[in-house]
Every structure is written in structure tokens, then in C-alpha cells.
Design a protein around this ligand. Structure first.
Ligand code: NAD
Ligand code: LMR
Length: 330
């Protein structure tokens, strides 16, 4: 029997948290033979709701769930955690941008960054979901002294999944047939969905996305739909995406740990190492490949056309402005 992996989740009684804990306990994130211990963290005022989530997890009698710990503070909640999923934060409402949340949510990530660095396993892996997730991850990563900065990531996998879903629907193929579509930049409207490496493998054929799908649709509706899907869901549901966000967070950690099976490209917002001229340290969504358990590499050597480069620069500019807005927290 493998040693259980400890997974801490903040905001575990919230919308996303409630969609996240159960599939993780079932083995969907870390594998069908990997035991897990869930460390669920909430604000003190939500502990009653959290105890209900813990009861329901008990009632599922998941074979892989070797423990449930609940905490109303990050220091206790992150103790010895191997994976920390930072979900707990305010969602935006109608009419707000994700960046509007920065002064409310940013301060959460100073204390949580310290708590990770001081209490979690030394090689902890972190995903930030709470918005604006790139800059919140930057804040958390800025506190790390003991834990590796490269392990602080933010989620743009939902944006990638949205891109894949749109193309699959347009072509009438299964989403698994659409590979290597990815996202550059910020999890915001300035993100750049990129299909230049993308291909569609269906009916025994492998075709580049660019030749399989109408160019005007790719440049128009597709691009806009992916970039603004979060708002469309808030407008329709009155609440931000939850199940799809939880599923994307599971994909992010699943692939980081277990790989994609076929070395396909995954979008992860990771601390820039200067690749493609992105300022070092910014948490930026890049095309990545998983090279082993908990190992990612930014895909190198891509040729970027002038129009895409201008959009990448625009997303960088936005992230630099967000960094400036929270410089007192870094
Ligand atoms: P929610 O309001 O339903 O739940 C948030 C939960 O976090 C609440 O239960 C709250 O008590 C808890 N919380 C708040 N501050 C906390 C703290 N300091 N420590 C522990 N728990 C805390 O919100 P939600 O719909 O679950 O969304 C959570 C966040 O995820 C939002 O910021 C939202 O914008 C973001 N989000 C990001 C993506 C993405 O793709 N990156 C997708 C969807 C949502
Ligand atoms: C999303 O993309 O669905 C989330 O970031 C929620 C939001 O505010 O758009």
C-alpha cells in the first residue's frame, strides 16, 4: 500500500471546494491506487458547513480516503501537506473583473504563503485557484524561503479545457481528440488561447487545428468565448464556475503528478524563468510538458507571429500592473 498523499484545500466548504473534495477522495486526481488524506481548511465562520462536508465524505466510505482533517487556520491546515490547493477567496460578481478582487483577496495569500512555507512538506506543490489567481500565486510564492518557488502555480487549465471543448463541439469530435491547444498569460480577458501547435486526431487522421477549423471562427468567436467564458457563466448562473473549475484543478494536479500519457501540452501558470521574454518570476501561463512525477518544463522554441506576440505582451503588461498594485504584499 502506498503512503497517503496529504492534500490541503482552502475554501473547502465553498462552491468549488464542494465539487473538489469528493473526486479527489475517489482517486480521480492522484490515481486509482493512491491513498489520500484530506486537510480541509475554512474560515472560522464556515466550520459548521465544513463539518457537513466532512460528514458526507465519511458517508461515501471511499476506499482511498485514509483521513479527513478539518482546520479553521492555515498553519494547522497545511501541516505536512504534500499538495496545497488554494481555492478559498472571494469570487467576482456581475460587472466585476477578476483584477477587481485583488485588494480583497491578495492579503489572504501572504498569510497562506507563510503558512505553506512554514508547515507544509518541504517539496509541497501548490495550485492557486482563488482570483486573480496568477497574482495571488505570485503573492504566496513571494513568501517562500524553504519550499521551491517553481512549485507555486496558478490555474489556467480551465481556460485550456474551455478551448478544447469549443473546438471539439465545433468539429463534432470527442474532446480527447483535440490536443496541444494551450493558453498564454493571465487568467483574465487578456489571456491568449493558442492553437498553433494544436491538432485534431479523429477517424484515423491527425490534422492541425488551423486546417481543421474555419479560420474566421478561430480568430473571432472561439477566441472571445474562451477569454470571456468566466463572465458568461456568472451571467447565466449568477455564480462563478464551480464544477468545471474543480475539474480543471484536478486535471492540473493529475497531469503534473501522473503525466498526460502522450506527452501532450498542458497550460500551467508557473513562475517565469525568462522564457519568451516574460519577466522572471511573474506567474504566467505557458505551454508546458510534464517530464516526470511533479516535473514540468516550459515548451521552448515556438515561433510566435507578430499578432500573437502583441497579445502576449499585453497580458504581460496587465500582470506587471497587477504586481505593482500588490507590491506592498510581496
Ligand atoms: P465561494 O464563495 O463559493 O467559496 C469560497 C470559500 O472560501 C468560502 O467557503 C469561504 O468561506 C472560503 N474562504 C474565504 N477566505 C478564506 C481563507 N482565507 N481561508 C480559507 N477559506 C476561505 O467561491 P468559489 O466559487 O468556490 O470560488 C473560489 C475562488 O475561485 C474565487 O476567487 C473564484 O473567483 C475563483 N475561481 C477561479 C477559477 C480559475 O480558473 N482560476 C475558476 C473559478 C473560480
Ligand atoms: C472562471 O474563469 O470561471 C473563474 O475565474 C471565475 C470568474 O470570475 O470568471
Amino acid at each position: 500500500m502506498k503512503k497517503p498523499i496529504r492534500v490541503a484545500i482552502t475554501g473547502a466548504a465553498g462552491n468549488i471546494g464542494y465539487s473538489l473534495a469528493f473526486p479527489i477522495a475517489s482517486g480521480a486526481m492522484l490515481g486509482p491506487d493512491q491513498p489520500v488524506i484530506l486537510q480541509l481548511v475554512e474560515l472560522p465562520m464556515a466550520m459548521n458547513a465544513l463539518s457537513g462536508v466532512a460528514m458526507e465524505l465519511d458517508d461515501c466510505a471511499y476506499p482511498l480516503l485514509h483521513g479527513i482533517e478539518i482546520a479553521d487556520n492555515a498553519a494547522q491546515g497545511f501541516k505536512d501537506a504534500d499538495v496545497v490547493m488554494l481555492v478559498g477567496a472571494k469570487p467576482r460578481g456581475p460587472g466585476q473583473t477578476r483584477a477587481d478582487l485583488i485588494r480583497d483577496n491578495g492579503p489572504i495569500f501572504t498569510g497562506q504563503g507563510d503558512a505553506i512555507d512554514q508547515n507544509a512538506a518541504q517539496d509541497v506543490k501548490v495550485i492557486v485557484v482563488g482570483n486573480p489567481c496568477n497574482t495571488n500565486a505570485l503573492i504566496a510564492a513571494s513568501r517562500c524561503k524553504r519550499t521551491p518557488r517553481a512549485h507555486y502555480t496558478a490555474m489556467t487549465r480551465l481556460d485550456q479545457n474551455r478551448a478544447v471543448g469549443q473546438i471539439a463541439k465545433k468539429l463534432g469530435v470527442a474532446p480527447a481528440a483535440v490536443r496541444d491547444v494551450f493558453i498564454w498569460g493571465n487568467h483574465s480577458d487578456t489571456m491568449v488561447p493558442d492553437f498553433s501547435l494544436g491538432y485534431v486526431a479523429a477517424a484515423g487522421e491527425k490534422k492541425p487545428v488551423a486546417s481543421a477549423v474555419d479560420a474566421a471562427w478561430l480568430a473571432g468567436d472561439f477566441d472571445k468565448t474562451v477569454r470571456t467564458r468566466g463572465k458568461a457563466i456568472i451571467d447565466a448562473r449568477g455564480k462563478s464556475s464551480a464544477a468545471s473549475a474543480a475539474f480543471a484543478a484536478i486535471d492540473h494536479i493529475h497531469d503534473w503528478f501522473l503525466g498526460t500519457g502522450d506527452n501532450t501540452v498542458v497550460s500551467m501558470a508557473v513562475p517565469s524563468d525568462g522564457s519568451y521574454g516574460i519577466p522572471e518570476g511573474l506567474i504566467y501561463s505557458f505551454p508546458c510538458r510534464i517530464t516526470g512525477p511533479w516535473k514540468y518544463e516550459i515548451v521552448q522554441g515556438l515561433t510566435i507571429d507578430a499578432a500573437t506576440q502583441a497579445r502576449i505582451d499585453n497580458s504581460t503588461k496587465e500582470l506587471l500592473a497587477e504586481r505593482e498594485a500588490v507590491k506592498d504584499l510581496l
